[in-house]
Design a protein around this ligand. Structure first.
Ligand code: C2G
Length: 129
């Protein structure tokens, strides 16, 4: 069984997130998604519209997702890879190169982002209304 893991905030869940999760699942048999906690997002300088409990619940309901765990730190990825026997880490290519150090543990795949959609853009559009 090939286990895939990906990490993200998934705030205001949109088609870009769904495309990422669908393609991540296509690379294996079991997809784990680590959803950033509100506390970790504060470290990332991100303020979420949707709280972490609800963001995790929404991601958990996606048909491609087999397990949801909290993402609480940058450093947890190595522990996750070992704990869950991960074969592939998948991220959108805005992160291209950032996680290459994980290649000593497993494959790392960067997938093209879905153009034309982002949580920031959605928030901006709503503010303009
Ligand atoms: N994404 C995408 N296309 C978009 C928007 C996002 O493919 N139009 C991807 C991102 O590249 C990322 C995932 O969807 O792989 C989640 O995006 P965010 O919620 O913005 O996650 P981010 O804040 O980048 O957190 O440790 C890694 C971080 O937790 C990633």
């Amino acid at each position: 069984m090939r286990t895939v893991i990906t990490y993200g905030t998934f705030d205001l869940f949109h088609i870009g997130h769904l495309n990422l999760l669908r393609r991540a699942k296509e690379l294996g048999d079991y997809l784990i998604v680590a959803v950033s906690t509100d506390e970790f997002n504060a470290l990332k300088g991100k303020k979420c519209e949707i709280c972490d409990v609800d963001r995790m619940e929404i991601v958990r309901a996606i048909r491609y997702v087999d397990k949801v765990i909290p993402e609480t730190s940058w450093e947890q990825k190595v522990k996750d890879i070992q704990k869950y026997n991960v074969d592939i880490v998948v991220m959108g290519d805005d992160w291209k190169g950032k996680f290459n150090d994980l290649r000593q543990y497993c494959e790392v795949v960067y997938l093209p982002r879905t153009v034309g959609i982002s949580t920031t853009q959605i928030k901006g559009d709503l503010k303009g209304k």
